[in-house]
Design a protein. Structure first.
Length: 191
C-alpha cells in the first residue's frame, strides 16, 4: 500500500511539473507576440515554487514596461533565487539601477552578468555607461573596447568611446571613434 501511495504521489508531482512547463512555454509564446496580459495570466497560474527563473524574468519585464520598477526588481530577484547563474536577471536589475541613478548597484549587477556571459556586448556597453556616470573613465574605456570587440557595428559604442577618449585628453583617438560613429550612423556632421 505504501508503495502504491508513493507511486501515486510521484505521478501527481510529475503531472504538476509537466503542466507548469506547458504553461511556461505558452506564456513565453504569448510574450514573444507582445500579448502581455495573456502572458501574465498564464504565469500566474503556475504555483510560485514551480516557476522558472525565466518566468520570473518575464513577469519582471512586463512590470518594468508598466512602470512598476520596484515590483520588477522584486521579480528579477525572485528569478535569481531560482537560478543564481541567470545572467539576464542580473542584466535587467542593472538596467533598472542605471535608470534610477543607482550607479554602484548597476555596476555590481552588470559585473555579475558579465561574469556569466562574456559574449554579450550590451552588458559591457551598459557597464561602461555606469562607469561614465561614476566618473570612472578608464574603466568605461575598457568596457567600451570589449563591447566594440564583440560587436563593432553599433554607432553608440563608438560615440561613447569618443567621449571617453576626449575626457582622457586623447583627441586623435576621440576623433577616430567619432568618425566611426558618423560612418555607422550615416551622420557626417558631428565633430
Amino acid at each position: 500500500m505504501r508503495r502504491l501511495l508513493l507511486i501515486l504521489a510521484l505521478f501527481l508531482c510529475s503531472i504538476t511539473v509537466f503542466a507548469s512547463e506547458d504553461l511556461s512555454k505558452q506564456a513565453t509564446a504569448f510574450y514573444s507576440d507582445n500579448n502581455y496580459q495573456k502572458t501574465m495570466d498564464l504565469i500566474l497560474q503556475i504555483d510560485e515554487k514551480d516557476r522558472s527563473a525565466k518566468d520570473w524574468l518575464i513577469l519582471g519585464n512586463i512590470l518594468d514596461d508598466k512602470g512598476e520598477k520596484d515590483n520588477a526588481i522584486f521579480m528579477y530577484q525572485k528569478a535569481l533565487s531560482v537560478d543564481k547563474k541567470f545572467y539576464k536577471a542580473y542584466y535587467n536589475l542593472a538596467n533598472n539601477y542605471l535608470e534610477n541613478n543607482q550607479f554602484n548597484m548597476a555596476v555590481d549587477n552588470y559585473k555579475k552578468a558579465a561574469s556569466l556571459n562574456k559574449e554579450n556586448p550590451y552588458i559591457f556597453y551598459n557597464l561602461a555607461c555606469a562607469y561614465i556616470k561614476l566618473g570612472e573613465i578608464k574603466k568605461a574605456k575598457t568596457n567600451l573596447n570589449k563591447a566594440i570587440m564583440l560587436k563593432s557595428d553599433v554607432p553608440e559604442f563608438h560615440y561613447n568611446l569618443a567621449y571617453v577618449y576626449k575626457n582622457l585628453g586623447k583627441e586623435k583617438l576621440a576623433q577616430t571613434y567619432l568618425d566611426n560613429y558618423n560612418k555607422l550612423s550615416g551622420n557626417s556632421t558631428l565633430k
